[in-house]
Design a protein around this ligand. Structure first.
Ligand code: LRH
Ligand code: MN
Length: 396
């Protein structure tokens, strides 16, 4: 007879699905350049193939987030190929990410640009992404806007809010029933004076203004150092406005490091807010758990497997909080006992519990070891090495 709390952990693991970013398998870097990995994925086929490795070893990653300009450069014309690859590798396309930051015309912004022609171009791209999402039966369209300015006085921030309201309303009108628009916020970078959608409140108001199928996407790396991210999550849960997460970790800014590599307690506290909410409401929160990382030095597939395993271990720990006991202690303001009830779960080593859960699902107990023993990395290094060694490493 499994311990009651271990049973809760297993039930949570049964539910937890983590979406991987196609771009997390590609050669990425910083503005100081990128270190080319021979095994890195370049084509959408290689990205599906690598994602399938993570899914087969962890059993938790049935979908792959796609970044349209990188993965479907020909738009709707690439849908057939994506469907074929999805069938071939047993991984479904997940959230559809428009690219509102790469093209030259977005120098002064996309949906927030003072030039109506450029706003129109930006809108057109996102509407195309809604069409691609529909064609691929993908639920979420997740635009991140780099829009902003670098110097005070150079842009009218209020006017740009109106442009975003207008554009996002238009996009919301194009959504099919069941589709969701996930609005991601970020305080800075690449803009360094103001970013139009800089925090959760701005994303919340724009989502509300757009319509009932618009929600907020919380990228854990998109917060000022002192911000209490789990409190933001509590507010978005309370208002049923949380659509999903981009998980990663950071020491300084939007470092996009591996989840839980710097501050695992942060991720645990976020998962705790969600589990406590679900316990109180008796229903699962409708949240897309997605990863958004760039592995500049680590092997990309191994870093992704690490990420999923860490997420499973921390999600299981948070599920093992005795919510009934905690609710009573919070009500009676029994501070130390309440804190110990939460901390106690965090200090529970769930690795063996997750391992047994994997085995019960016919999955490898140690996904990283299983991947290393598969010989997949050696094979793709041989297949892709020559091509990748020619890739440019410089930033400028
Ligand atoms: C912006 C961001 C966004 C993605 C990009 C790859 O920092 O988090 O979610 O489009 O990274
Ligand atoms: Mn992100």
């Amino acid at each position: 007879m499994k311990d009651r709390l271990v049973e809760k952990a297993w039930q949570a693991l049964d539910k937890l699905k983590i979406e991987l970013p196609s771009w997390g398998f590609a050669n990425t870097g910083t503005r100081f350049g990128k270190f080319i990995q021979a095994a890195a994925a370049t084509t959408i086929e290689e990205k599906f193939s690598d994602a399938a490795q993570v899914h087969s070893s962890t059993g938790a990653c049935p979908t792959l987030a796609l970044h349209v300009q990188w993965d479907l450069p020909n738009g709707l014309k690439d849908v057939g190929e994506v469907e074929r690859l999805s069938q071939k590798f047993g991984v479904r396309p997940g959230s559809i990410n428009p690219n509102m930051f790469q093209n030259q015309e977005y120098k002064y912004g996309s949906l927030g640009n003072p030039d109506p022609a450029i706003r129109k171009t930006a809108l057109r791209h996102i509407l195309d992404c809604v069409g691609i999402a529909e064609a691929l039966h993908c639920r979420d369209v997740a635009p991140w806007f780099a829009d902003g300015s670098n110097y005070p006085g150079t842009q009218n921030m209020r006017q740009r809010i109106a442009y975003f309201e207008e554009g996002l309303r238009e996009i919301h009108r194009s959504l099919k029933s069941g589709q969701r628009l996930l609005i991601e916020y970020k305080p800075f970078e690449p803009a360094f004076y103001h970013t139009d959608i800089a925090d959760w409140g701005m994303a919340y108001l724009l989502a509300k203004e757009a319509g009932p199928q618009a929600f907020v996407l919380v990228d854990t790396g998109h917060h000022y150092q002192a911000q209490n991210i789990e409190q933001i999550v509590a507010w978005l849960l309370h208002h049923k406005m949380i659509g999903g997460f981009h998980f990663n970790d950071r020491r300084y800014a939007d470092d996009d490091l591996t989840l839980g590599s710097i501050d695992p307690y942060q991720v645990f506290r976020i998962f705790h807010e969600i589990h406590m909410f679900e316990w109180e409401k008796g229903t699962a929160a409708d949240i897309a758990y997605m990863v958004d990382q760039s592995h500049n030095l680590k092997g990309k597939i191994e870093a992704m497997i690490q990420t999923v395993c860490t997420a499973q271990e921390l999600y299981a720990r948070a599920a093992m909080v005795d919510h009934e006991r905690l609710a009573g202690l919070q009500q009676s303001c029994s501070l130390v006992d309440a804190e110990e009830t939460l901390r106690g779960a965090f200090w529970t080593d769930t690795r063996s519990i997750v391992k047994e859960w994997r085995k019960s699902k016919g999955l490898p107990g140690n996904p990283l070891l299983a991947f290393r023993e598969s010989g997949y990395l050696e094979r793709v290094t041989r297949e892709r090495g020559a091509r990748n060694s020619g890739a440019s490493a410089s930033y400028a």
